[in-house]
Design a protein around this ligand. Structure first.
Ligand code: TEU
Length: 571
């Protein structure tokens, strides 16, 4: 009996705190209500004809960006870089990459965004720097150099270091031998991206000073690149062969005392400004993710987890699995913490090619369906430039055409182990990162209006039909649908803060859920397939109001056309 009373109490207490947490104004934050638009600067707009996008290019498109209705722009790294990994290898954290422009251009860009009421998020890449950064040049010059300890070194007289996995290395070995000082340095990414030693307080101070420099300039947020890997166990244990490196995240991510360093970052930088902070990667499990963003812990605001997008390529991918993953992630953050919602970025294939269907008859409708999903879930949407046009994978067929270090070194690795290179090419065509990095398609003019010079990656030949200018004029385009969906989210706080509830959970084709806040209830139904289908709901749709739909005629009889998406308001 006592147990039952306790259960009833917990249920009601949970109910009250849950509803309270959704409506409590102190829990309402601008970064929860924002739609973040990610711009890949290299590919957005080239102002000077060198084939590489730049800051002046972005400046020339500020009114267009404003017209989308987005609240925040996140730019991939724009700092000085030799571009081994397109700017994710930084050689000077307080300067602008010469291909992108100057600090003056940056100031103009920031002001231009702010003048239009748009906030700006900076990409902070501090798991590693470039090997061309002055710190590393000093560090590798001698074992006694004051910067030696800015990076991780293993003296070769101790023999080979314990194996560590590198994502971009040709041999997947994260230790690179450097004859100058007869030692190995650690690089979880390419050999030109040596890992910084976060255990060294001087490194942490340098990073915090650098972040303060940008915050004082007025940036509104930081995206912490690959930060879950920043801490290393410097006793360098040998990891068990059975699951390392297969499950390298388990060993590389969230190593102690990473949370202390985040708290230090909070105290020294984040707490001083009204900035948002987001971690790329959410750790090994839900607990890690929660610890990163639990407001009471004073670390970060948001994290983005890879499970949903990674699930797409798993052998047992299905709609049911997808729904389970998203629903589980939502449930973990019901009362505390906040997540981002995304299905594509610069590290992935195009949204419509990966999760929708880019065959001509389905491209538009499935792209709109995915937009509906991203803008109607609980969490801050991170929307990748070009997806609002329904841009598709380019599917380059020859390895020589690829530019991405992950693709090029991945290919060399497969060759070195005498693996199946044609299978690898098939994989690259569908999931290679260059698919998401082709120039933004502005109009039907030369190079899709990206710029006058030969672009660094080829323009997708479909730019004659898929481009911003045409779509701007077409009321039913993907672009205008995106604008509409953003407005719907803005006008309905229920889409931001409302409780998420999965319905018709066993439906293998339809993802359906309700969002509910203060008595207002929306029902979102999304057909993820090219078949006609139906869904189950207890709600009487005959009285429901249709708030958004990606077909001109929408029925209320619980059936859906291919890739149909509808947002109903339940009356
Ligand atoms: O990505 C971190 C990361 O773990 C990626 O390697 C991801 O798993 C991979 O891109 C999937 O193909 C960040 C950046 O987003 C990425 O662009 C950089 O290359 C990487 O860090 C290194 O800085």
């Amino acid at each position: 009996m006592k147990m039952r009373m306790l259960a009833v109490f917990i249920f009601f207490f949970g109910f009250i705190t849950n509803n309270f947490s959704q409506t409590n104004s102190t829990n309402q934050k601008w970064w929860k209500e924002a739609v973040v638009y990610q711009i890949y600067p290299r590919s957005f707009k080239d102002s000077d004809g060198d084939g590489i996008g730049d800051l002046k290019g972005i400046i020339s498109k500020l009114d267009y960006i404003k017209s989308l209705g987005v609240d925040v722009v996140w730019l991939n790294p724009i700092y000085s870089s030799p571009n081994d990994d397109n700017g994710y290898d930084i050689s000077d954290y307080q300067n602008i990459m010469k291909e992108f422009g100057t600090m003056k251009d940056f100031d103009v860009l920031l002001k231009g965004l702010h003048d239009r009421g748009i906030k700006f998020v900076m990409d902070v890449v501090v798991n590693h720097s470039s090997d061309e950064h002055e710190w590393f040049k000093q560090s590798r010059s001698s074992r006694t150099n004051p910067y030696r300890n800015y990076y991780h070194w293993w003296p070769a007289e101790k023999g080979e270091p314990p194996y560590r996995f590198s994502q971009f290395d040709v041999n997947h070995n994260a230790w690179k031998y450097d004859s100058l000082t007869n030692a190995y340095y650690l690089h979880f990414f390419s050999t030109k991206q040596p890992d910084l030693n976060w255990e060294n307080p001087k490194v942490r101070k340098e990073v915090f000073d650098m972040m303060n420099f940008w915050a004082k300039k007025g940036v509104d947020g930081f995206r912490l690149d690959a930060f879950q890997f920043a801490c290393k166990d410097t006793t360098w244990p040998i990891f068990p062969k059975e699951d390392y490196p297969k499950d390298f995240i388990k060993y590389h991510a969230m190593v102690d005392p990473i949370h202390n360093y985040l708290k230090e970052m909070y105290d020294n930088v984040l707490s001083k400004y009204d900035v948002m902070s987001v971690a790329e990667g959410a750790g090994r499990n839900f607990q890690d993710a929660h610890d990163l963003v639990d407001a009471d812990r004073n670390e970060l605001n948001l994290a983005y987890a890879f499970d949903p997008i990674d699930a797409r390529w798993s052998k047992d991918y299905s709609m049911l699995k997808m729904k389970k993953i998203f629903s589980k992630w939502d449930s973990v953050f019901v009362n505390k913490g906040w997540l981002s919602i995304f299905l594509a970025n610069h590290d992935n294939a195009r949204l419509v090619s990966r999760f929708g269907n880019d065959e001509p008859q389905y491209r538009e409708v499935s792209s709109k369906m995915l937009t509906t999903f991203l803008l109607s879930m609980r969490g801050t949407p991170f929307y990748y430039n070009g997806d609002e046009l329904g841009m598709t994978n380019i599917r380059l067929s020859k390895i020589e055409d690829y530019k991405d270090i992950a693709a090029l070194n991945g290919y060399k690795y497969v060759q070195s182990i005498k693996g199946d290179t044609s299978k690898f090419m098939t994989f690259l065509k569908e999931s290679g990162r260059d698919n998401g990095r082709t120039p933004y398609q502005w109009n039907t003019s030369i190079n899709a209006g990206f710029g006058t010079g030969k672009s660094w990656l080829p323009v997708n030949p479909n730019y004659k039909t898929i481009n911003a200018e045409l779509e701007n004029k077409d009321a039913n385009s993907c672009l205008n649908y995106f604008r509409k969906a953003i407005q719907l989210r803005k006008q309905n706080k229920v889409l931001v803060y409302g409780k998420y509830n999965l319905i018709d959970a066993d439906n293998e084709k339809v993802y359906a859920y309700t969002r509910e806040l203060n008595g207002k209830k929306l029902l979102v139904v999304l057909n993820f397939t090219k078949e006609n289908t139906s869904f189950k709901t207890v709600y009487d749709l005959s009285k429901a109001k249709i708030l958004l739909s990606n077909y001109s005629i929408t029925s209320k009889n619980k059936t859906l056309k291919p890739y149909e998406a509808v947002v109903f308001e339940i009356k």
